[in-house]
Design a protein around this ligand. Sequence first.
Ligand code: ADP
Ligand code: ADP
Length: 230
Amino acid sequence: ENIVEVKNLVKTYENGQVKALNDISFNIKKGEFVSIIGPSGSGKSTLLHMLGALDIPDSGSIRVGDINLEKSKKLNEFRAEQIGFIFQLHNLIPNLSVVENVEIPMFTQKISSKDQRTKALSLLKDVGIEDKAKMKPNQLSGGERQRVAIARSLANDPSIVLADEPTGSLDSKTSNKILEKLTLLNKQKNVTIILVTHDMNVAKLADRVIEVLDGKILENSEDSLLDNKI
Ligand code: ADP
Ligand code: ADP
């Protein structure tokens, strides 16, 4: 069962001078962990932004669950209810505690504040930092902050988690731990994960790797970065 269907996606910038996405099509199955790899400027972030309805394509279609993004008039709801976002610069709110940061995506839901707290603490436990719940983000290490961001991304029970270079600013040991957490959550909770990276060692941990180059999906393995560089 496909949870994502992307067809003939085109996105240009600068009045069409820059083709960020040039006719991209692919599907993703429910529960799949897919990484999107490509060099800087290949269109990865643009693609992730389209999937999360943070930006709109010039043409083509994107279906996520039962929502056709190009037709939907409820994109705010879609983002709030269906998508978990994890970015490189985790975007935690500095004057809220760790647990309060995790509660943010639940604000729009009809859950009592007591239940929000219980759920946020349980999510922090899943990523192994429930003991830091009361602290402020700036009291945590980079890896810990990224674990908070992972916990927060799951707070709205999203059907998909979109992660843009989630380990980009972390050392390799911390990075591996973060990726382990993501893999575990994918397997245990059957959350679909789409992870963007320029690092093939990160990309390889996914069930499937989609390579993009110059706004197109690389279908021909001769050009693959993954095959050349072992
Ligand atoms: P990646 O994430 O793979 O580094 P991006 O999706 O950020 O690639 O960028 C793809 C191409 O689109 C690049 O040429 C980039 O400069 C261009 N681009 C991305 N976002 C914008 C924007 N908001 N305005 C103009 N050009 C952009
Ligand atoms: P990444 O490394 O994730 O691809 P970038 O540094 O390419 O990130 O882009 C960061 C932000 O700047 C994105 O929101 C992207 O849309 C925007 N951006 C990227 N390239 C350009 C550009 N040439 N002009 C304007 N905005 C851009």
